[in-house]
Structure formats: structure tokens, C-alpha cells
Design a protein around this ligand. Structure first.
Ligand code: CAA
Length: 258
């Protein structure tokens, strides 16, 4: 399938989506969001794909929702379209692991797409921010909720109320990103992490992802109960037998997602 606003590639068992609207710093317009949702669904349905990476350019992961496209929107229109539903939720709906490789600006909706990913790896050039307040609005693609859960109320409030950007270093200290790497190493580091995840049992990875997500939704006792049930369920898989046999036999496990 031909895409106009993203580049879609497969490297081994990893699906790579590169946002590609350089003229607008990868601003997220309807075409790009639709294409990204299509590519994610395609990778999710592809049994050979075990992990997905979303990245942008050196200058911008994405500078937010497309302000020029959004400027004339009305309240009834946004309500009737459910403007922030549909493709905006494609990343959070994806059941396979999604890693954001962020260099340059990740602002507004761009920061929110990164926040919806399971892991964010940042180049040292990355800048994170939710500057919607400077446009007279607020984050609408999950930023008020996910940033607050990631970095806590005080820092989230400061960023959302003032529009201040965070450097990559500050984002790592605040636990917004899992790791900061030199810009030149970003894609090698992320693709190697994604390949490592894709090499694991796809069933165990999917169950692990769902279980970690529960930590944000459930009480501790409910989350622990969910984890225990999920753990038990994995003993019904061939991959569990293979993984443990391989350890005992001192060889690399060959998972078959069964
Ligand atoms: N939407 C549309 N176009 C955008 C854009 C956006 N979010 N961000 C940048 N662009 C365009 C600029 O208009 C400019 O286009 P022209 O050359 O045609 O004028 C081009 O990209 C390059 O941008 P700049 O000249 O501004 O580049 P810069 O290096 O001087 O500044 C920047 C970079 C700080 C990221 C600045 O572009 C900027 O502030 N962008 C907007 C950031 C923002 O407010 N994002 C939030 C959007 S609202 C949102 O996302 C809502 C939500 O919750 C989903």
C-alpha cells in the first residue's frame, strides 16, 4: 500500500513507521493520522511482526496536531466528529508493543502519540511539551492524563499550564522516557531493542503489556490478582515449555507464539 505522509518498512520482525511531513515538522493532520492507523493495524495483523517502532525526523518526532487544519474547527463539529477519537487512539489500541523513537520536537499531539506508546527512547536532542495552552486550548489526545501519570501532578501542571518544554535529560529524570541516547545512535538503539522484544514469545509479550497497563487502571490488589491470573495462563502455552526447556538445556529459546 502506498502512503503519502508516512514511510512504512519492515526490518526482520519489526515494523517501522516514519512520520514524513517535513514541511510542517510532522504535524499530525487527518491524512497522516489515518495512514498511521492503517499501518499499525496492518502490523498488528501480521503474524511475523513482534514489535512496532514509530519515529519522525531529526528535527521533529511531531510538532503536534496540524494547527492550520484545526484552526477553523467548531465545538459542534469536534463533538459530532469525535475529533480526538478514531485514529488518534490507534496507538493505544494496538496490542503489540509500540516504541517511540523521539528526536527533536515532540509537542502537543506529537508528545501525546509518544505518551501512548509503550516505551519512549529519546535522542539527546528531544524536546517534550504540551503547548496547547498557548493556542487557547488544552491537550486533547490524552496528555493531561498520561503525562500526569508519567511525571506526577506538579511537573504535569507546570508543563500544561505554562507550555514549557522539557529537555531529553529532564524527561529521563522525570521518568517520561526510559532512556536517552546520542542522536546518532537513536535508531540503532531502538531497532535493536524492538528486535529483542520481537524475538520473545509474542503471547507472553502481549500478556505482559496488558498486565503492566493494568497498573494504571486498577487498585494494587486488583492489579496483583490480574498479574497472578495472567502468569498462570502462560503455563498453557508451548512457548513457556520451550523457554524453560531452553534454559535448562543451555540453548536459545525458539518461540513460536503458540
Ligand atoms: N501544525 C501545523 N503546522 C506546523 C505545526 C503544527 N503543529 N508545527 C509547525 N508547523 C509548521 C510551521 O507553520 C512552519 O510552516 P511554514 O514554513 O509554512 O510557516 C513549519 O512547520 C516549520 O515550523 P517553524 O517555522 O515554526 O519552525 P521553528 O523551528 O521556528 O519552530 C516549533 C519549531 C517550536 C515546533 C514551532 O513550529 C511550533 O511551536 N509549532 C507548534 C507547536 C504546537 O503548538 N503544538 C501543539 C498543537 S495543538 C495539539 O497538538 C492539540 C492536541 O492535543 C492534539
Amino acid at each position: 500500500m502506498a502512503f503519502e505522509t508516512i514511510v512504512v518498512e519492515t526490518q526482520g520482525h519489526v515494523g517501522l513507521i516514519t512520520l514524513d511531513r517535513p514541511e510542517s515538522l510532522n504535524a499530525l493532520n487527518a491524512s497522516l493520522l489515518g495512514e498511521m492507523a492503517t499501518a499499525l493495524a496492518k502490523f498488528e495483523a501480521d503474524e511475523t511482526i513482534g514489535a512496532i517502532v514509530i519515529t519522525g525526523s531529526e528535527k521533529a518526532f511531531a510538532a503536534g496536531a496540524d494547527i492550520k487544519e484545526m484552526a477553523e474547527r467548531t465545538y459542534p463539529g469536534t463533538m459530532l466528529d469525535d475529533f480526538m477519537g478514531g485514529p488518534w487512539e490507534a496507538v493505544s489500541r494496538c496490542r503489540k508493543p509500540v516504541i517511540a523513537a523521539v528526536a527533536g520536537y515532540a509537542l502537543g499531539g506529537g508528545c501525546e502519540v509518544a505518551l501512548a506508546c509503550d516505551i519512549i527512547i529519546a535522542a539527546d536532542t528531544a524536546r517534550f511539551g504540551l503547548p496547547e495552552i498557548t493556542l487557547g486550548v488544552i491537550p486533547g489526545a490524552g496528555g493531561t492524563q498520561r503525562l500526569t501519570r508519567a511525571v506526577g501532578k506538579a511537573k504535569a501542571m507546570e508543563m500544561i499550564l505554562s507550555g514549557r518544554f522539557m529537555t531529553a535529560e529532564e524527561a529521563e529524570r522525570a521518568c517520561l522516557v526510559s532512556r536517552v541516547v546520542p542522536e546518532g545512535d537513536l535508531m540503532d538503539e531502538v531497532m535493536s531493542l524492538a528486535a529483542k522484544i520481537a524475538d520473545m514469545s509474542g503471547v507472553a509479550v502481549m500478556v505482559a503489556k496488558k498486565t503492566v497497563e493494568r497498573a494504571h487502571e486498577a487498585s494494587l490488589s486488583e492489579g496483583l490478582e490480574y498479574e497472578r491470573t495472567a502468569f498462570y495462563s502462560l503455563f498453557s502455552t508451548e512457548d513457556q515449555k520451550e523457554g524453560m526447556a531452553a534454559f535448562v538445556e543451555k540453548r536459545k529459546a525458539q518461540f513460536r507464539n503458540r
